[in-house]
Structure formats: C-alpha cells, structure tokens
Write a protein that binds this ligand. Sequence first.
Ligand SMILES: Cc1ncc(C[n+]2csc(CCOP(=O)(O)OP(=O)(O)O)c2C)c(N)n1
Ligand SMILES: [Mg+2]
Length: 384
Amino acid sequence: MTVDSADSTGAAQKAQPPRKRAAAKKKPELVQLMTPEGKRVKNAAYDKYVTDITDDALRDLYRDMVMARRFDAEAVTLQRQGELGLWPSLLGQEAAQVGSGRATRDDDYVFPTYREHGVAWCRGVDPTKLLGMFRGVNNGGWDPNGNNFQLYTIVIGSQVLHATGYAMGVAKDGADSAVVAYFGDGASSQGDVAEAFTFSAVYNAPVVFFCQNNQWAISEPTEKQTRVPLYQRAQGFGFPGVRVDGNDVLAVLAVTRWALERARNGEGPTLVEAFTYRMGAHTTSDDPTKYRADEERAAWEAKDPILRLRSYLEARTDTDEGFFAELDAEAETLGKRVRDAVRAMPDPDHMAIFENVYADGHALVDEERAQFAAYQASFAEEGA
Ligand SMILES: Cc1ncc(C[n+]2csc(CCOP(=O)(O)OP(=O)(O)O)c2C)c(N)n1
Ligand SMILES: [Mg+2]
C-alpha cells in the first residue's frame, strides 16, 4: 500500500469531525437565471428551456405570483377574523410554485401538500375552493380529476407515494404525461418519501419530485433533517437531483421543464430541490418569533421572488406603471371575491361528518352517529 492510498482510506477521513468533513465538500450548485437584483444571468444548461419566454410571458408569470400572494394574504386575514380555522401561508414560495406549476401540461397530474396555493392557481383550480376544508365545511373542496390536481394532503410525505404509484400507472398506460409530487424539506425525512424514491427509480416512473426546501419544518431547521444538501440524496437512489433557486421563477420553470421532459422521454424520476424560504409562519397557529431570528427573514426578504421579477421588468422591459396598477386592482378584486365566497359557504349538516367514513357502513360509526344524534336532540328538549 502506498502512502497516498493510505491517506485516502476511510479511516483517515473518519478521524475528522463530521462538521469539518462537510465543510471540505464542494459548495452545493444552485441553478439561477435571474439574480436577486433582477439581472438575467446566462446558463448554458437551462437557458434553452425558456427561449419561448417573451416579456409578455414574464409579465404573465409575474401576474401569477402577485395573484397567488394576494389570495394567500386574504386567507390569512380571513383566519384572523375567525372565518377560517387555520391557514398555511405560501408567502415567499410564489416563484417555486408558479415556476413549477406553469411547467406542467394539462394532462400531467399534480400531488400537492397543503401549501400549494400557487400551484393550484396555475392548474386552474378556483381559489375559493381551496378554503372550504380550512373553514371546516368540507373534506376537500374540488374534483381532483377536474384539473389533475389532487386534494391537499396533510399527512406529511404520503402524497409522494401516491404520486409514484400514479406515475407507475401512467407508464403502464404508455402515456407521455408526467406526475409532479410536491413535498417539503421536513417531509424528506419520512419513510414514505424514501420508499417513493426507491420505487420510482426501480420502475423508472415518470415523476418529478419537487421539494420546496423552505428551510423550516415548523420549528425544525433543515440541518436537523439532513447531513447533505437534499438534492444530493437522489444520487443514492439512482436518479438525478438538482438544486434550483426557488425564488427565481424563470430558473424554476426551466429546471422543472427539463425534469418533466426527462419523465416524458422515459428517463424516469428527477428530484428538484427548490431552495426557498417560508417568510410567514408555518400556519396561522404558529409563532416563528419563538424559534428563528428576525435577521434571517430580513436576509430572505432581499431575495423576494416577486420583487426580483419586478426589478427585471422595470429595468429591462417596456412594462409601464399601468401594468402594475391594473394588476393591483385585479388582485384586490380577487381578494374580495374570496372573502365573499368564504362568508357565503353554507355550514354542513352536523350529521354529515359520519358520511363517507366507510363505503358500506360500520357498526362503530353507526353507534357514534346515534350517540351524536341523541346529544343534539338533548338541546331541542332543553329549549322546549
Ligand atoms: C405524518 C405526519 N407527521 C407529522 C405531522 C405534523 N406536521 C404538519 S406540517 C409538519 C412540518 C412539515 O414540514 P415540511 O415538510 O418542511 O413542509 P412545510 O410545512 O415547511 O411546507 C409536521 C411535522 C403531519 N401532518 N403528518
Ligand atoms: Mg419546510
């Protein structure tokens, strides 16, 4: 054994503390087509995926992001006013969602978490329908097959398996459509996600795993989920992984188009890690000031996805003030439409909670239904 090879043995590496070993590694790559200041940067690998994006198309992407943010802000306010029980805000993640959502085709199928309001917008789901479950008046609110956009999933990571199974079916059908599975940095620790990676790789399933790394899983930072940048995990499963600037809508569009193209060409799954930030609270029940520093949020505010594209539009296109003013007015109209729609949602019949638990009924549910009916009837007797 030569001295050189002895130096490169695992034993020599193990002597280093883990932190030092990680620091010695190459800085993670980040695909970016537009800097936080709104300057377009060339990218030899991904520019070709956005050659059709004219100034008009950029304005459309900007509009999508503004509308998604306005809708989200209205939902937060409605929760504060007691009209919704809970709301998970997408604030800060507009570019990750709009860039990826606009990369999909109508015949693709999308499996969201509970925060994908911007993706829902791009898929054409009526935004008012997203609010019913959070008001407690239904268990979903839209027909998943209407826009090929599954119902929101709260059980962390489970939809990634559903997406993989669906994608395996797409492959068996010989269709050239693809599937996108959304999930978060925290979800990447779930067994379901690891299983989905394994199955999709082995079956060469046409699925794009779109991980929005918003740096937090409620109060847990990403460094408590992983020792390596999340996109690098894909390599161990046998498919490519890419980290994209999740606050750069153009880069997200390009990278997702590339990943979808791979899926359609029979090249199997891809992991896209959109590096972004949850600027708001985890949900309206959370108070992030308890676990993260204000400076962190401030640093990410400088990378705001909407301001970035606005800077570009103002400096490098003929977009005039009228465009922004009209868009603001349109966003206000959406806010009002959402507010009115939520207030007009009828409360469900209380007994409806027992429906659809089992397809053919169940003795225990029947018992609970009877108990609840008797409880309700007791109020009527008191009043009489
Ligand atoms: C299986 C499961 N475990 C725990 C929870 C509670 N929970 C809700 S959201 C969340 C954090 C998810 O973080 P991440 O995947 O990063 O998504 P983000 O909320 O940041 O978008 C947890 C642990 C859950 N809903 N499901
Ligand atoms: Mg997260």
